[in-house]
Design a protein. Structure first.
Length: 242
């Protein structure tokens, strides 16, 4: 598969690139800093990657990079960048829409606060106490809902290095909703109490970067199970639901 990664020098993007190479995909990266990329990859791996240096805000260069690509992974930016983050995602999505030779398969990164809270009509990002910058993920999600692309949005909690969780683990994957057990009684809570409940359980949503990336790369096909879905991940919880 021909795959392009935007933001390939970040914590998530570099793992997408590394795993993609190992899986035999034909990898292209769009980066601002080629030297940083080469330092991360090493001489051998660098020869297996097509590198495009450019500005992710530039429609022309992003559009050209998408020619004949089978899938795109948008791992660039972060919610704390505010308007810049939203504009980066919007430009890449817009160019995916306009490039006739691009397949239409896109993964972007969100966060667990974008997932539905079971037994409620709420998402975490809209609750009191959640950092306001997280609502930039809401804006990116709204942008995806407007497109006809075959998109998925990965919504992990805090991502950690692979050595940060006990072995063996079972990865629980959900679509649309939080991947941890939530008591039905939560529907009677105030929004502030729901937020407090979630804050107390954030550690259950810790998931390794490598597991997040593997889930994405295992679901790159067009029309797959995660088409136009928010995807949540957590390790199987032994905590009783009360």
């Amino acid at each position: 598969m021909k795959m392009i990664v935007f933001g390939a020098t970040g914590n998530t993007g570099k793992r997408v690139l590394g795993q993609g190479i190992s899986m035999g995909h034909e990898m292209t990266v769009f980066v601002r800093n080629a030297e940083k990329l080469y330092e991360q990859l090493g001489e051998h791996s660098a020869k297996q990657v097509k590198v495009i240096v450019g500005d992710m805000m530039d429609p022309v260069s992003v559009g050209a990079a998408l020619v004949h690509q089978d899938a795109a992974v948008v791992a660039a930016g972060h919610a704390g960048q505010g308007e810049e983050f939203v504009r980066i995602v919007d430009n890449i999505i817009s160019q995916c829409e306009r490039q006739d030779s691009f397949s239409g398969r896109v993964w972007i990164m969100g966060g667990a606060g974008l997932l539905d809270i079971p037994h409620t009509n709420l998402i975490g990002n809209n609750l009191p106490g959640f950092p306001p910058e997280y609502k930039n993920h809401n804006r990116n999600f709204a942008r995806l809902q407007q497109t006809g692309l075959d998109w998925s949005i990965m919504c992990p909690g805090t991502m950690i290095d692979s050595g940060g969780h006990p072995d063996p683990v079972h990865l629980h994957v959900t679509t649309e909703t939080l991947p941890i057990p939530i008591p039905e009684a939560i529907k009677e809570y105030s929004e502030a109490d729901i937020a407090g409940h979630l804050f107390s359980r954030f550690q259950e949503l810790n998931v390794a970067y490598d597991d997040v990336v593997k889930c994405m790369l295992d679901h790159m096909e067009l029309g797959g199970a995660f088409k136009r879905k928010r995807v949540g991940l957590a390790y199987q919880s032994n905590i009783m639901v009360r």
